[in-house]
Design a protein. Structure first.
Length: 719
């Protein structure tokens, strides 16, 4: 008999339910506080998993209690939201998506795993893979942006990065893909609200990233808090057992979200905790996070015959198997034994700075305002986010806390010297006080250029942080208008550094600023990275992973929309458009300027007659016509014009990057298997349809900027 079977056969019901329970320590509160001190329960073997615990000592002591003082000595599985770093923060996930660089996505996850595992942690509740097309939803900041193909690539990279080549290694974390599924489609962008979308949208948009995570060997999956057309995901047997386990072959652990099992009562599908627990277990949820529903509800559910002991054993087996795969039985203290060296930390800081610089998206740069020329010696760095180190980490700062991050003023002072930087906040992020505006305008008046640092507070995005108004909070608009006016009088350039966990809808600002950098929340090295870009030590290369709306009423807005039967036509009243706003976004998906100026030409696609088994080779020439070296990102889209089911206007299928010195040309090569042009047919099963497909290549999802070629698809064998 294997170790696991031996254990299961010797466990009491209470011990089994302990293995299916995860409770929080008091370090970080990420939901309602339910359980108290878990020390006695760990010794009794009735709590088998912990979350929200940091610090190697603390983790080790808890582990010791489980291993040495519980009857069976089963080690704890200890997890934490290691989302974009642990102690050293990388950019928030949405910002990192802007890199369009799978190697870096994997690398930052690897580094985060090293840092967290060195403190004894064995699991992260990441990556978050919720495709989000509604920036009102605050949690868009945690995810991969609007596109399913992109989300799938991020899923693969992050799982690879967190888990490394071997789950049992001292520096590997079990990844947990969350939140399965379609959490990003909450009604009206309101967190935790109901989701009701078509089966097709579910499968085409929201499921692919999770399928990719499973195919990459993700250790765990977390169902979303939300319901899907009336069936809460925590009890969604069809999606958990049916799709995840049976169709995709997921053998790992399904772990509920925080208190989500008890919330099945509020959803209105369970009358009491026993029913709630039975729903979740029967749907395939193995670990109950924080509801204490399994320990309190499953014994009653067993008596009522709502669940079987076999189902409980099955879940226990999966949890113990994960612990075994993580090497916890062989050496429960492996993680956390060796503290990381100072060199590891300083190397990671350098990486954080480089990644943060590359996550910046230069939205606008009129007249080549940026990079600032050396003759602009005195800078006014104003606005409530100019000297706000605590905000730089974004809404979830993990174990890093809110101190030790580099603000914009600190980064620029370090780079240019104290005397070159004058600072005034002008206004706070979100209050009504305008008494500081005049003093800030005086600071602007004595400078050569103005850096206006505006945006949301870090906690205005993230969990439970939906917003109905997507402009600047507080009196920031009033302040910004005053700065723009003064700068116009004085003929000084205004560069806006915009901090946010979502694309803010600020068309008036985009019109008036000379340059705008989307700085999202860039993490520990934010200010240094911004300084690198502002002075031209780094050419910006980030591209927005979400379509940027110019009016809140355009939301949801995304490039993968389908065509209307009445596409917008300004000359025809009865077409698909707004009376009071254009259809076009402020910036398309993929938009982002560099310090170069790139032209794409000479698109070649072979073969032009392709069979389903062929791979298309796509090449395009790129020339840097600007005066500075820079990196260009080239996107590959397809468009299936006539199919049995109407296809989106553009579908993302690839991207590539090329770095070119001024005046130089190069070639970008992409490949695409014709089989990837399959889509879900009338019966929602994948189908490959012969016919014409457009191949489009260019700098963003604006059709007018794309080069296109057509290929003819056919079957390699007659059907
Ligand atoms: C609730 C969040 O929805 C989830 O993403 C997170 O992992 C858990 N809390 C644990 O903190």
């Amino acid at each position: 008999m294997s170790r696991i079977e031996r254990l299961i056969s010797s466990m009491t019901l209470a011990e089994k339910l302990g293995q299916l329970t995860m409770t929080a320590s008091s370090y970080a509160v990420t939901g309602p506080v339910i359980a108290g001190d878990s020390t006695d329960a760990i010794k009794a073997g009735t709590i088998g998993n912990l979350l929200n615990m940091v610090g190697a000592e603390h983790v080790r002591e808890m582990q010791r209690l489980a291993v040495k003082e519980s009857r069976l000595g089963i080690p704890l599985l200890i997890g934490f939201d290691v989302v974009h770093g642990h102690r050293i923060l990388f950019p928030v996930p949405l910002a990192e998506a802007a890199l369009f660089d799978p190697e870096t996505w994997a690398l930052t996850a690897r580094e985060a795993a090293k840092e967290a595992s060195a403190e004894g942690l064995a699991m992260t509740f990441a990556p978050m893979l919720d495709v989000a097309r509604d920036p009102r939803w605050g949690r868009s900041v945690e995810g991969p942006g609007e596109d399913p193909w992109l989300a799938a690539r991020i899923a693969e990279a992050k799982v690879r990065g967190f888990q490394g080549p071997r789950l049992a290694a001292a520096d590997a974390l079990a990844a947990c893909a969350k939140h399965y599924c379609a959490y990003g489609a909450v009604t009206a962008g309101r967190d935790y609200a109901s989701v009701d979308i078509s089966e097709r949208t579910l499968r085409e948009v929201h499921m692919p990233a999770f399928a990719a995570a499973v195919a990459s060997g993700v250790a765990a999956v977390m169902p979303a808090f939300t319901d899907l057309a009336g069936i809460p995901m925590t009890a969604n047997k069809a999606l958990l057992r049916g799709w995840l386990r049976d169709r995709w072959g997921f053998k790992g652990v399904i772990i509920s979200d925080y208190n989500a099992i008890a919330e099945l009562m509020r959803h209105g599908i369970a009358a009491d905790l026993a029913e709630a627990a039975a729903h979740a277990l029967n749907a395939g949820v193995d670990i109950d996070m924080m509801a204490d529903a399994y320990r309190r509800g499953l014994p009653i559910a067993l008596q009522r015959k709502l669940v079987t002991m076999a189902a409980i054993d099955e879940s226990v087996r999966r949890v113990l198997t994960l612990k075994e795969q993580l090497g916890l039985f062989d050496d429960p203290y492996l993680r956390g034994r060796t503290p990381e060296s100072a060199a590891a930390f300083s190397g990671r800081r350098k990486l954080a700075r480089a990644v943060a610089g590359r996550a910046i998206v230069m939205l606008k740069n009129d007249g080549e305002t940026l990079p600032l020329s050396g003759s602009l010696r005195r800078l006014a760095v104003v606005g409530p986010l100019a000297d706000a180190p605590g905000e730089m980490g974004g809404p979830w700062w993990g174990a890093a806390g809110r101190v030790g991050h580099v603000s914009v003023t600190a980064g620029l002072r370090e780079m240019l010297g104290e005397s070159h930087i004058q600072h005034a906040a002008g206004v706070a992020i979100d209050d009504e006080d305008v008494s500081g505006i005049d003093a800030a305008l005086d600071v602007c008046a004595s400078a050569d250029a103005i850096l206006l640092c505006l945006g949301e507070a870090a906690d205005m995005s993230g969990e439970a942080a939906s917003r109905a108004h997507l402009g600047l909070p507080g009196k920031q608009r009033q302040f910004a208008q005053a700065v723009f006016e003064r700068a116009r009088d004085l003929r000084k350039p205004v560069i806006v550094i915009l901090f946010s966990g979502r694309p803010l809808v600020v068309p008036w600002l985009m019109d008036q600023a000379d340059a705008v950098l989307a700085a999202w929340f860039l993490g520990s090295e934010a200010g240094n990275a911004i300084a690198d870009v502002v002075v031209g030590r780094l050419s910006p290369s980030g591209r927005t992973p979400v379509t940027w709306a110019r009016a809140t009423g355009q939301i949801p807005i995304f490039f993968g929309e389908r065509s209307s039967g009445r596409p917008a036509d300004p000359k025809d009243h009865y077409t698909s458009k707004y009376l009071d706003a254009p259809n076009e976004p402020q910036f398309p998906f993929g938009h982002g300027l560099t310090y170069g100026r790139f032209t794409l030409f000479n698109l070649r696609v072979t073969p032009v007659n392709a069979e389903d088994i062929d791979t298309l080779q796509i090449r395009v020439d790129v020339r840097n016509e600007g005066a500075r070296a820079a990196e260009e990102t080239v996107f590959l889209f397809t468009r299936d014009k006539v199919a049995s089911v109407a296809r989106p206007l553009l579908e993302l299928k690839g991207f590539a990057k090329i770095s070119l010195p001024p005046g130089e040309s190069g070639t970008v090569a992409l490949s695409l298997r014709a089989g990837e042009l399959r889509f879900l047919g009338l019966d929602l099963e994948p189908v490959f349809e012969p016919g014409e497909v457009e191949i489009l290549v260019g700098p963003c999802a604006d059709r007018s900027k794309l080069l296109s070629a057509t290929v003819q698809l056919s079957w390699s064998r007659p059907c």
